[in-house]
Structures are given as structure tokens and as C-alpha cells.
Design a protein around this ligand. Structure first.
Ligand code: ADP
Length: 227
């Protein structure tokens, strides 16, 4: 479970990027976090990944207490999360297979496990036939699929997608969203999708949390985001 309790974040000590945020996300939930540019979405993501620390309040992710955690424990937290970004962040000189394998290598996964599991993750995102392709040979949608396979590689409980469709055409964007939904439904991952594409979110019947000027403006199921 993820829980924000009266979480505030300021970068300069006076302006609030987030103010008194109270929020609970249960295991296995699918959540959209939406809001205009500057609303505080990136800040919220950075707090979850402990790239930034809360200024005040409590932040819990499963057994981790992020507001109190030492920096030396952060890698253990990050292993429980898979992240994809708008700009994919793939290694250009590594193939699809190698990009996914690398995520497993860095945490010391045995070679045999890597060999067995990489194809499973690549297949899960529908790219079995592109295993040996390099990022530059792939479309935006395909690159994001690779990023998703890599995010899945260490079997995280939580998937965070930060503007995952920002660099992808609308048709492919729908596919990526459907894939994220499938990973939620079929693998039981907690999925958090951060986006400013409010119209897009309306087409899915999911929980939508709207942030505006650092506060939660609304939190409801159904994607009726009309503001
Ligand atoms: P969003 O992702 O919704 O566009 P952000 O979380 O990036 O919003 O920004 C929220 C607010 O915090 C904005 O007013 C932004 O200018 C400010 N902010 C974000 N990052 C920093 C930073 N590193 N230093 C100072 N202010 C920041």
C-alpha cells in the first residue's frame, strides 16, 4: 500500500509544489494522476521514488517509511518499483533483449534466470519478434513496450508510468494504456499513470486523482475529468 499523510513539499522553503496531500493507493489498484503542467505531478513521482524527500508529513510504501528512510536503503525501495518515462530511457547500443537483461544484471540476478525470464517479459509486452532490434529500429510505441518489459524485469509490485504516452502517436498511446491495464489486471501490479492528457483518461473507467496547484482537487472513479 502507498500512503501519503499530510505530505508537503517545497523546493525553496516557501512555495509549495505539494501541500497537505493525503492519499491512499491499495495494492493492485490502477490510478491515473492528472493535472496541468506545474500542478505537482512530477514532484509526487519523485517523492515515490525517493528522488526527493518530503518537506513534512509521512510517506509509506509497503514496509518502507520514505520520510525517515536513510539514503542507503533507497535501492531496496526502488527494487519494489518499475518505472517508465516519457523519453523511454533505453540504452541505444543495447538490443531489446540486452536492455531488459541489463536491469536484471545490475541487481545480481543469476545468468540462467536472466536467460529464461527476459523472453517472458519481452513476450508479455508483445515484442517477441523484436528481441534483437536496437532502439533506433523501433517505433515510439515499441520503445515504450521495451521500457515496460524492463520495468517488469525485477518483478516489482508497483509500476509507475510518468507521461508514458507523451512521445507516442494516439493509436499507439491507446495500446500502451491497454497494456498497462492488462499488467494491472493480469499480473496484479499496482499501476500509477501520471499524465496531463485528461481527455485520454476519460476513455478509461479508472480511479482518477486530479492535482491542481499542489493539492488534490478530486479523487474519483470513472475518469469524468471535466475541469
Ligand atoms: P508537474 O509535473 O505537474 O508539471 P512539478 O511537480 O514539476 O509539476 O512542479 C510543481 C511546482 O514545483 C511548480 O511550481 C514547479 O515550478 C516547482 N518545482 C518543481 N521542481 C522544482 C525544483 N527542482 N526547484 C524549484 N521548484 C520546482
Amino acid at each position: 500500500m502507498i500512503e501519503f499523510k499530510d505530505v508537503s513539499k517545497t523546493y525553496d522553503g516557501k512555495t509549495y509544489a505539494l501541500k497537505d496531500v493525503n492519499l491512499k493507493i491499495d495494492d493492485g489498484e490502477f490510478v491515473f494522476i492528472v493535472g496541468r503542467s506545474g500542478a505537482g505531478k512530477t514532484t509526487l513521482t519523485k517523492l515515490l521514488l525517493r528522488e526527493e524527500r518530503v518537506t513534512s508529513g509521512r510517506l509509506l510504501i509497503n514496509q518502507f517509511r520514505l520520510d525517515k528512510m536513510r539514503n542507503s536503503k533507497v535501492p531496496y525501495l526502488r527494487r519494489t518499483m518499475g518505472v517508465v518515462f516519457q523519453d523511454f530511457r533505453l540504452f541505444p547500443k543495447k538490443t531489446v533483449y540486452e536492455n531488459v537483461a541489463f536491469a536484471m544484471q545490475v541487481i545480481g540476478t543469476p545468468k540462467n534466470t536472466i536467460k529464461t525470464n527476459v523472453p517472458i517479459f519481452v513476450e508479455a509486452v508483445g515484442l517477441k519478434d523484436r528481441m534483437d532490434a536496437f532502439p533506433k529500429q523501433l517505433s515510439g510505441g515499441e520503445k515504450q513496450r521495451v521500457a515496460l518489459a524492463r520495468a517488469l524485469a525485477n518483478n516489482p509490485k508497483i509500476l509507475i508510468a510518468d507521461e508514458p504516452t507523451g512521445n507516442i502517436d494516439p493509436e499507439m498511446s491507446l495500446e500502451i494504456m491497454n497494456l498497462l491495464l492488462a499488467l494491472n489486471k493480469e499480473l496484479g501490479k499496482t499501476v500509477i499513470v501520471v499524465t496531463h492528457e485528461k481527455e485520454f483518461v476519460n476513455t478509461f473507467n479508472q480511479r482518477v486523482i486530479t492535482i491542481s496547484d499542489g493539492v488534490i482537487e478530486s479523487d474519483r472513479i470513472g475518469g469524468m475529468y471535466n475541469e
